[in-house]
Design a protein around this ligand. Structure first.
Ligand code: C2E
Ligand code: CA
Ligand code: CA
Length: 968
């Protein structure tokens, strides 16, 4: 009977049958009683309580039949199902439906069958209660059928009872073990049943709950909801109404509100209705949810969940929204490939389908933000069930910044390497612990002559000899201990290029903990620099021209000697006529002369003596060693003077120069450098002023003289203003007629406290202070004014100092004196000395010509005392030569002087210059000079210098100097 179909009816029947399957165990004493009763009533051997399933029939109870299941095909009961009434088969062999049935033709050889359907309250037929015999029973009456039906109903009722009690037992068991609260509530809202879980969840005892109102457990909104459901239930008149779980809160006796899930069902019971309420404590779930929220939604790591099949995003956390720039809503409309590069999407899709439980990217992939920016992201994924679907949860670590930083770090490293490599200094790094080299740059390779390949991993002891290595190691240790940058000057290292001097800076480089792990060193090869510095130092201490020590090192040597307190002599040397060599032979010759001269001096001084060039033609000498004395200094000075005064051959010219030396002894003349130098200069000045050169040892009187000079210089400053000057005039007479032809103005200074001061004393002071310029101008003007008082034929002579030759101002000053006084220029004579030619002779000759062009006359004073008078005579045509008094004084006794006078007179004649003799004091001199043809004479014999009044008186008396007076 495989053709039977599962009609709706059959389906419902089978569904209801399920409720009774618990009977299949067959251990059902009460039903056994019914089948035995049936078999007895109907006097049949077999009675069965049969249930028909889809394919088989089974028996809840049987008698006279081996307990077994049979196929539905052969089941008589299956036929009984079709009608709702008793099926009677009086003789199976006679019934076409069953004649060939295996149970009829074979064991148990059924001939009679009567079955009453087992009908449930819903009208479904589950099976039958049947009686069976192996004999035909044509006599089965309608009363029998009625009885069988009644027995079937009894069986059904019993089964229903059993089912209900069974259900009740299960429900009770369930209620007892359920973790959810189960409550029964009657129509009045009173709790009639509460399971154990209800007591636990709400914290009440059973006594407190039973008969209490359900409202005590529910918040007002839930109470209202319940009331509404009840109203609806009443209105709709349905049998059962339930409402699906809603999340709410329950009211715990002591803990107050607790999160619960609330569901309820309402059904009618008897006249009223009943409500079953199930309350689940969802505190844990809430906590889980909260932690999921925390773990996912609020996770600072950008995370999402996508459907493994569609790849659509199903969750997107806040951090992911922030990083990718999507709103959550936007993100949930996209899929896992949307955030990837187009060209990578296929590969990504493959990876998603192929990876196992977990996945993590081995390198950062490129993700796209909503704005299309690229991110570098490491992804970690795992599969999970989410809302009943296979999903993948992905955590994304944004390493964009890190990659940028890494690439920056890499480029910084490259840059640093390049710097280290190209730096001209040696750079090395050693490990502090073991002193092994870990780095050496190219300059280091070049310097040490070793490749870094051979050096790295080795220590100083492998590379240098033990003493040097020890030295380096000690230094390293000190550097590390100091924690500071340490500079080691002049560190000596043996290299293939010989011993080199390094300037090394070392510093400990700490690791992250701060403990010095490496030692960084930078060494500069300063060998050449030191050489240059040494050379420079030598240069700075020596004179380039002569290679003698210079002023600076001379002073240093002096300081050292003074500090040593040992006696020594300081000698200052000044060359005479050196300027003339320079002027006439050129600077090259001057330099050569100085070099030769230096060598000569060096050859005559003692081993411990020092000769230094202090500048120009100025030298300084220190005489030191055992037995320094006035005597030894004098000897040394003599040797030096004679060495210098020997002629030199320079550029083929033979040159003679002189020199002056001034010496002091320490400690006799002082123990301070400036004092000693000043006194040596005074001695030198004294030697120079003697005019003859040579050497002088310092004497106290020199200082007195210098002091006096200083005093005079000070006083001179105001002398002009204070009218302390006046002029005297000394007559110059014609040698033949003895008539006054000229008067020489001679300056007189009468100081109110110092008394009259000789011009030979104050003129040098005025010259050295420069005051001679205004004073000289005053003299010029006064002299011209005075001359205006004299007879016209008498000229006036004015002395000019070389210091007045400061430029063309001199000629202007003279012109001014002439014009102010109204004196005609031809009455003015200017007397100059040869020294005018010593400095800037070219310019001074120019000035002389300028002066002469004013129409006045120029006389060469003190003629014969100079050096190369003849050369000057050729350079400038003087109007007058005045023979110095020193030649006149011993004219009678000195044949040489007479010869000189004679020569000068001859010269004067040949240059058309008038020759005047000075200092004529007696008649003998007068006669002699007159005889020699000297044209003019001056001297006490003819008149002393007179004040202007006396002179005027003299001139008035005839203008002839009285020889009688002179003779006195
Ligand atoms: P000087 O130009 O050779 O002047 C002549 C000096 O010889 C004067 O000395 C004069 O008094 C002195 N004298 C003249 N006749 C005799 C004599 O018979 N016997 C001796 N023993 N002496 C005689 P004074 O006035 O002391 O002047 C000294 C020097 O001072 C002058 O030498 C001159 O170089 C300088 N001097 C004087 N007045 C001036 C001046 O106004 N300007 C400049 N630049 N120098 C002046
Ligand atoms: Ca003079
Ligand atoms: Ca003179």
């Amino acid at each position: 009977m495989s053709e039977h179909t599962f009609s709706g009816k059959e389906t419902r029947r089978l569904q209801e049958l399920v409720k009774y399957r618990f009977l299949r165990s067959g251990n059902n004493a009460s039903f056994d009683h019914i089948v035995r009763l049936a078999s007895k009533i109907f006097n049949v051997p077999t009675s069965l309580l049969s249930f028909v399933e889809t394919d088989i029939q089974w028996f809840a109870a049987q008698t006279g039949f081996e307990p077994c299941e049979t196929s539905r095909d052969v089941s008589f009961c299956a036929h009984a199902l079709e009608g709702s009434d008793v099926l009677v088969v009086p003789d199976a062999l006679e019934d076409p439906r069953f004649a060939s049935n295996a149970l009829v033709t074979g064991a148990p050889f059924i001939r009679f069958y009567a079955g009453a359907p087992l009908i449930t309250s819903n009208g479904n037929v589950l099976g039958s209660l049947c009686v069976i015999d192996q004999k035909p029973r044509p006599d089965f009456s309608p009363e029998d059928q009625e009885t069988l039906r009644g027995l079937a109903k009894l069986a059904m009722d019993q089964m229903e009872m059993k089912r209900l009690s069974e259900m009740r037992r299960a429900a009770l068991c369930l209620n007892r073990t359920s973790p959810d609260a189960i409550l029964h509530i009657n129509a009045a809202g009173t709790i009639t049943y509460a399971n154990r879980a209800a007591l636990t969840i709400f914290g009440y005892s059973k006594d407190e709950l039973i008969n209490a109102s359900i409202d005590r457990l529910l918040p007002p909104n839930l109470q209202r909801k319940m009331a509404a459901v009840v109203r609806k239930f009443r209105r709709t008149q349905t049998e059962f109404l339930s409402f699906s779980p809603i999340e709410s809160i329950g009211l715990h006796k002591t803990a107050g509100a607790i999160p619960v899930e609330f569901s309820a069902g309402i059904w009618t019971s008897d006249t009223s209705f009943c409500m079953g309420v199930i309350v689940r404590n969802i505190a844990n779930r809430k906590r889980r949810e909260a932690s999921f929220e925390l773990l996912f939604d609020r996770n600072p790591i950008p995370m999402w969940i996508f459907d493994a099949e569609t790849l659509n995003f199903v969750a997107f956390n806040d951090a992911a929204c922030a990083l990718y720039g999507y709103s959550r809503h936007d993100a949930l409309t996209r899929n896992a490939l949307d955030i990837r590069l187009q060209e990578e999407r296929e590969a990504i899709r493959r990876t998603i389908t192929e990876f196992g439980e977990f996945y993590h990217s081995d390198r950062a992939g490129t993700h796209l933000t909503a704005q299309g920016e690229r991110l570098k992201v490491l992804t970690f994924a795992r599969r999970l069930r989410h809302n009943g679907k296979d999903c993948v949860v992905v955590a994304n670590i944004d390493v964009t910044k890190r990659e940028e930083a890494e690439s920056e770090l890499a480029s910084t490293k490259i840059f640093l390497n390049a710097v280290v490599e190209s730096i001209p200094s040696m750079v090395f790094v050693k490990e502090v612990d073991n002193g092994r080299f870990v780095l050496l740059n190219r300059s280091g390779e070049d310097l040490l002559g070793v490749s870094r390949h051979d050096l790295i991993g080795k220590t100083d002891f492998d590379l240098f000899d033990a003493i040097d290595a020890e030295r380096f190691q000690d230094a390293d240790r000190e550097v590390v201990a100091s924690g500071e940058l340490v500079t080691i000057e002049n560190e000596r290292v043996v290299t293939p290029a010989g011993i080199r001097a390094l300037r090394t800076q070392k510093v400990g480089v700490p690791d992250a903990d701060g403990t010095p792990r490496y030692l960084l060193g930078i060494s500069e090869d300063v060998t050449e620099r030191l050489k240059v510095e040494e050379h420079n130092r030598h240069l700075s201490l020596h004179d380039i021209l002569t290679d003698l020590p210079n002023r600076h090192s001379f002073q240093t040597a002096l300081q050292q000697l003074l500090a040593g307190m040992s006696p020594f002599a300081l000698v200052m040397i000044d060359l005479d006529r050196f300027k003339a060599v320079n002027d006439t032979l050129g600077h090259h010759a001057g330099d050569e002369l100085l070099r030769q001269l230096s060598r000569r001096i060096l050859s005559v001084i003692g081993e411990k003596d020092i000769i230094a060039r202090l500048g120009g033609d100025e030298f300084g000498m220190v005489h030191t060693g055992q037995g320094v004395s006035e005597e030894s200094v004098r000897h040394l000075a003599e040797r030096v003077v004679s060495a210098i005064t020997q002629p030199f051959v320079v550029d083929g010219h033979t040159v003679s120069i002189g020199c002056s030396l001034g010496a002091v002894l320490s400690p006799d003349h002082g123990t301070k450098m400036d004092v000693l130098i000043k006194r040596a200069d005074l001695a030198l000045y004294a030697a120079k002023s003697s005019g003859q050169g040579g050497s002088r040892l310092y004497e106290a009187s020199m200082e007195e003289k210098a002091d006096r000079e200083r005093l005079l210089r000070d006083e001179l400053k105001s002398a002009l203003r204070k009218n302390q000057f006046c002029l005297n005039f000394q007559p110059v007479v014609d040698a033949l007629t003895q008539k006054i032809v000229c008067c020489e103005a001679l300056l007189r200074w009468h100081h109110p406290t110092l008394g009259p001061i000789s011009p030979s004393e104050f003129i040098p002071a005025a010259e050295s202070s420069g005051l001679i310029v205004p004073i000289g101008q005053w003299v010029l003007e006064q002299a011209c004014l005075q001359a205006m008082q004299w007879p016209e034929e008498i000229k006036v002579a004015v002395n000019l100092s070389p210091r007045q030759f400061t430029g063309f101002a001199l000629a202007a000053g003279v012109a001014q004196a002439l014009s102010r006084s109204g004196l005609t220029p031809d009455r003015l004579e200017l007397e100059i000395t040869e020294s005018v030619f010593l400095s800037d002779s070219q310019d001074n000759i120019q000035i002389l010509k300028e002066l002469k062009s004013l129409g006045l006359r120029i006389a060469l004073d003190d003629f014969g005392t100079g050096y190369s008078s003849l050369a000057y005579l050729r350079k400038f045509s003087f109007d007058k030569l005045k023979i110095d008094r020193s030649f006149v004084t011993d004219i009678a006794t000195s044949k040489e002087n007479l010869a000189i006078i004679r020569a000068v007179i001859g010269l004067g004649k040949s240059f058309s210059a008038i020759v005047t003799a000075e200092g004529v004091e007696d008649l003998e001199q007068y006669e002699c000079l007159k005889a020699e043809g000297c044209e003019q004479l001056q001297g006490y014999l003819f008149g002393r210098p007179l004040d202007p009044t006396a002179l005027s008186a003299l001139l008035l008396t005839g203008g002839r100097a009285r020889r009688a007076e002179a003779r006195r």
